[in-house]
Design a protein. Structure first.
Ligand code: PMP
Length: 410
């Protein structure tokens, strides 16, 4: 894999930021888009644009074919058994809310438990709080090790026959830890619970096989994997999608509508009320073509190697605190850190002046920030078009920031 070559496919990477080469290290928030994805969307609007599933005309058929082909593309990408297990949504957040509202609320009873780590992104936490509040179920949190990992024995202890749902990110967007979801799924299933996997940070960066993982639901976003914003995926095992209720209603999703009652289409179409995100799905399919051509296993190695190098070099800087696994321990392609008492927003501003784009804030994980006892952190996250030169630029910029904020370190 040649990141330098791949960079040429991403027009935005030639932007100059404050007179510097753009060093884009905010990929966990959203990724950049290659020409191939931008072109696929443009081609659709220039040649095939129409509404789907109803037009009895040529463009209607072309748009429908392209949209349903995108569904098949997604199914192949995550090795789902059937395209009917793929629901198009607006993103991870919407997918998780649909599970919590359309599936979980009908299943949960008072005394039931939902097991999850305290490090979850707000979108894999608040929907469960809401479902618990509505049903009388309770949330039960897994303990985190100081390096952010989760021990299987703690999962064994927390998951009981009261557990109905285990909700967990495959890769933490703050810690960069890779959770053992396959083993956790096995524990959940042994107790008759289902497992909901937040794949927002894993599906873009590593090979995914939902059958092998044996997850019951998987949620992810197109925009973090070279696709456009506004498109995401809810994968669900066929039998669970059949049981799950739609959470919004209207055109396209119905079978027969009467004045007082209506019936729905089968899954996945019953979940896609209204005109679907046609161009988004087509853009996502093009993104998946691109990622598979490069190779997900290669991308995983590449991102993790850059993050490992960044962790190692940042940890050598006096005053830098690394969150999550320490240097030398396995982590996904992101690193979260702080520089002394410098507020991460100030750090990110200084880095931006040098063209280095990182994230600063609570990363939609306020309970985890409270566990760390910090208001916010800085985060650099890598993707296939990042290079060792980008790691150097990050480290150099942090060193410069250290000079600049000297009084607040130590
Ligand atoms: N879960 C995780 C782990 C994430 O990193 C994100 C995005 N930051 C989300 C969920 C939410 O994704 P989206 O905003 O695309 O719905």
């Amino acid at each position: 894999m040649n990141a330098e070559e791949l960079r040429k496919d991403f027009p935005i990477l030639s932007e100059r930021i404050n007179g510097h080469r753009l060093v884009y290290l905010d990929n966990a928030a959203t990724s950049q888009k290659p020409r191939q994805v931008i072109d696929a969307i443009r081609r659709y609007y220039e040649h095939d644009n129409s509404n789907v599933h109803r037009g009895v005309h040529t463009l209607g058929s072309r748009a429908t074919e392209a949209y349903e082909a995108a569904r098949e593309r997604v199914a192949r990408f995550i090795r789902a058994k059937s395209p009917q297990e793929i629901v198009f949504t607006r993103g991870t957040t919407e997918s998780l809310n649909m599970i919590a509202h359309g599936y979980a609320r009908a299943k949960l009873r008072e005394g039931d438990e939902i097991v999850l780590p305290p490090s979850e992104h707000h979108s894999n936490l608040i929907p469960w709080q809401q479902a618990a509040r509505a049903t009388g179920a309770t949330l039960r949190y897994l303990p985190l090790q100081p390096d952010g990992t989760i021990r299987l024995e703690d999962v064994e202890a927390a998951v009981t026959d009261r557990t109905k749902i285990v909700a967990i990110a495959h890769v933490s967007n703050v810690l960069g830890t890779v959770n053992p979801v396959r083993e956790i799924a096995e524990i959940a299933h042994r107790h008759g619970a289902i497992i909901v996997v937040d794949g927002a940070q894993s599906v873009p960066h590593m090979p995914t096989d939902v059958v092998e993982m044996d997850c019951d639901f998987l949620a992810f976003s197109g925009h973090k994997m070279l696709g456009p914003t506004g498109i995401g995926v809810l994968y669900g095992k066929a039998e669970l999608l059949a049981e799950m209720e739609p959470t919004y209603f209207g055109g396209e999703m119905i079978d027969v509508v009467d004045l007082y009652e209506s019936t729905w289409k089968e899954a996945p179409w019953k979940f896609e009320g209204g005109t679907p995100i046609i161009a988004g799905a087509i853009g996502l399919a093009a993104a998946m073509d691109y990622l598979e051509k490069v190779g997900l296993a290669e991308i995983e190695r590449h991102d993790a190697a850059l993050a490992a190098k960044a962790v190692e070099r940042l940890a050598e800087i006096d005053g830098v605190t690394i969150f999550g696994p320490p240097p030398g321990q396995s982590r996904a392609g992101l690193v979260t850190f702080n520089l002394g008492r410098v507020h991460p927003h100030d750090l990110a501003t200084v880095l931006d002046a040098r063209g280095v784009a990182i994230r600063a804030g609570h990363h939609c994980a306020q309970p985890l920030m409270r566990l760390f006892n910090v208001p916010a952190t800085a985060r650099a996250s890598f993707y296939l078009y990042n290079t060792e030169e980008d790691v150097d630029a990050l480290v150099d910029a942090v060193l410069e920031a250290k000079e600049f904020f000297g009084h607040a370190i130590g």
